[in-house]
Write a protein that binds this ligand. Structure first.
Ligand code: CMP
Length: 152
């Protein structure tokens, strides 16, 4: 059992893909353990993407991420981190495999539709960045789904 953080970025929300994207995660046996909609402020973007603030693409990333709401998700299940990364596909949509969300829906590297944690440490940090403990739920459903409480 593992937890991960996933985000449906502003163009995913604007294109009406929220249901389709969550369906792919749930169909892979993952459980939604926390969920909220939030439009990032510049301060949010600078905090969440702290490792990218000095990169040349940060300005474009910040503009895109603050121009509309995103959907924040904590997901739980077996191998949740690897499963969500596989469902999302490569960061650069031009390199994403057919059948992945980024291959299917992402027009560019910046507007790459979804985000997910790349390690247990980043999952913990990212879940705690967006969620308080009381916003995440612990439950088990039919099959492989399982959540634990995480957050700050
Ligand atoms: P993600 O991995 O979800 O979080 C960081 C984001 O920065 C990444 O998605 C891309 O949207 C963006 N990004 C990363 N590298 C580049 C790059 N070289 N050029 C433009 N955008 C990038």
């Amino acid at each position: 059992m593992e937890m991960t953080f996933a985000m449906i970025k502003p163009n995913g929300v604007k294109s009406g893909l929220v249901g389709k994207i969550i369906e792919r995660y749930e169909d892979a046996g993952l459980a939604v353990c926390a969920l909220k909609m939030h439009q990032m402020t510049s301060a949010d973007a600078r905090g969440f993407y702290a490792e990218h603030v000095e990169k040349p693409f940060f300005g474009e990333l910040e503009e895109y991420m603050t121009k509309g709401p995103s959907v924040m998700l904590a997901l739980g299940g077996e191998n949740a981190i690897a499963k969500v990364r596989a469902i999302n596909g490569a960061t650069n949509p031009a390199k994403a495999e057919p059948g992945t969300l980024r291959y299917d829906f992402a027009p560019s590297m910046t507007e790459n539709v979804v985000h997910s944690s790349d390690s247990p440490a980043s999952a913990e940090r990212e879940i705690a960045f967006w969620f308080k403990k009381e916003d995440t739920y612990s439950y088990e459903g039919p099959g492989r789904k399982a959540c634990t409480v995480m957050g700050k």
